[in-house]
Design a binder for this molecule. Structure first.
Ligand code: HEC
Length: 458
């Protein structure tokens, strides 16, 4: 018989209509009666009494529903308090009616009951249907006027440079879910018992259990429902709603197929530029140089790929290229000549973890449009940075995990376009001697005060 009490809770949305109906009727009769003894006394009293008793039932069932159905206290507190106040006011008016002599004052009291009733009902509606249930259908201008957030979720945007280091789940998957799914899958409005607005909700899954499986997109409802035919009942989002872009769907698929990690970066999943292109934040001042260069021929690109380089345009249709040596760890200084044909087309060069020496920096001047240069975890030395001064467009320089010293950075001050230098895990990290530069410096160095346990030898 354990089900009886929670079941009674579920009757709340039905039971609430009794007090609404009776109390409203009572108030209506009060306003239609010019004086207390206009022949409606019995109906008024009965309406207030039955309304109040049913309000008690509605309150109890409401409390049970809150208790058993996982509503949070924050969402229900005002609705519950106003519901209780409405009930008490109903009983008070039943009692007050008999002895009242001042009809105007009684009418005012009845009017306040009406106001309470409306507010309680409104807050209750917000809980079950969501705050924007009614305003959602209005034209945008009117919604803004009413204080609605029309651009409820901004969706996915990515910086043209530095996206590799963003967390795939946090900065890509969650924003896609926010803009496409959250309106129906949030803690308050949990369609299919599924909350897609947080990591915990996603991990928890819906009424049919987990919704994603690492490395198996087809088996993951988080993806498979999106690619069902749109008239399939299980298709998500339901077909009359705005649908995700195909790139968004592909990005969810890629996340699942590359391990569905909550920590991994976007760069590690190696997304093709065509997946990211629609989401790049096109700055007013474009990130990459504006040039009229001819595109590099497909043959040359194929040849470079064959040598082990990763090559693609910085964004779709651009003649500027991004080249990475991720799969070319043996790359050394002499190999740079293999790229020399690219000349001005090379805008992004990733030499992380390769065998290069500082000598290479003097040859980098052969690429006048180079905007991003990654030299993480290489044997570059501080003194070599001086030779970089011939790079007129270099904006982002990555030196993480190298042996760069504070005094070496001064040489970079004369680079006209330089905006950011990344130097995590270097002698600069947490080094108080590092002065301010014209460019911004990311050292990640938050030196912690030593604590006694640091010196314990186990
Ligand atoms: C307009 C409302 C709406 C939107 C938007 C929406 N869904 Fe749903 N979703 C539902 C409803 C209703 C159900 C329950 C019925 C069902 O299982 O088909 C559901 C169920 C689900 C389930 C099954 C949960 C389970 O365990 O049974 C998954 C998975 C899901 N949705 C994923 C998504 C994803 C991913 C998005 C965004 C791309 C999305 N939904 C957008 C209304 C919506």
């Amino acid at each position: 018989m354990d089900f009886i009490v929670p079941l009674f809770g579920r009757f709340h949305p039905i039971l609430v209509h009794l007090p609404i109906g009776f109390l409203l009727f009572g108030v209506l009769m009060v306003f239609l009666s010019k004086e207390k003894d206009s022949g409606h006394s019995q109906s008024i009293q009965l309406a207030f009494f039955v309304g109040s008793v049913s309000a008690v039932l509605a309150s109890i069932s409401g409390f049970l529903q809150y208790h058993y159905e996982g509503f949070s206290w924050e969402t229900v507190q005002f609705h519950l308090a106003l519901g209780a106040l409405t009930t008490v006011t109903g009983f008070y008016l039943t009692w007050d009616f008999r002895k009242t002599v001042n009809w105007t004052s009684f009418r005012w009291k009845s009017f306040s009951l009406l106001v309470l009733l409306l507010f309680t009902g409104h807050l209750g509606g917000n809980i079950t249907h969501g705050e924007e249930y009614l305003t959602e259908l209005l034209p945008d201008g009117l919604r803004r006027l009413l204080g609605d957030s029309t651009d409820a979720e901004q969706g996915l945007t990515l910086p043209e440079s530095g996206w590799e280091d963003l967390k795939y789940y946090e900065n890509v998957v969650q924003p896609i879910l926010n803009s496409n799914c959250k309106s129906c899958h949030n803690p308050r409005n949990k369609k299919g018992e599924l909350d897609l607005s947080t990591l915990e909700g996603l991990k928890k899954g819906g009424e049919n259990g987990v919704v994603f499986h690492a490395n198996d997109a087809e088996k993951s409802e988080l993806f498979s429902r999106l690619v069902l035919p749109s008239d399939d009942d299980d298709h998500m989002p339901p077909k009359e709603k705005r649908q995700p872009q195909k790139e968004e769907i592909e990005l969810i698929k890629l996340w699942l197929e590359t391990g569905a990690s909550f920590e991994g970066t976007l760069g590690e999943a190696r997304p093709a530029v065509k997946l990211l292109d629609p989401f790049f934040e096109r700055l007013e001042v474009p990130f990459y140089p504006q040039t009229e260069l001819a595109e590099v021929s497909a043959d040359s690109i194929a040849a470079l790929k064959k040598m082990g380089f990763f090559v693609e345009p910085v964004h779709l249709g651009s003649a500027l290229l991004k080249v990475s040596c991720l799969n070319f760890p043996d790359f050394e200084d002499a190999d740079l000549s293999k790229l020399s044909s690219l000349g001005g087309n090379l805008a992004y060069l990733d030499l992380n973890d390769t065998q290069i020496s500082g000598e290479i920096l003097s040859q980098i001047t052969a690429f006048p449009n180079l905007t991003v240069l990654k030299l993480n975890s290489t044997l570059i030395e501080g003194k070599d940075l001086a030779t970089l001064q011939q790079s007129p467009n270099l904006k982002h320089l990555y030196l993480n995990g190298t042996q760069i010293n504070p005094e070496d950075l001064a040489a970079l001050e004369s680079l006209p376009a330089l905006e950011k230098v990344y130097a995590y895990d270097t002698p600069l990290s947490g080094n108080p001697a590092v002065k301010k530069f014209r460019f911004s410096l990311e050292t990640g160095g938050y030196s912690l005060p030593p604590i006694p346990s640091d010196t314990i030898v186990y």
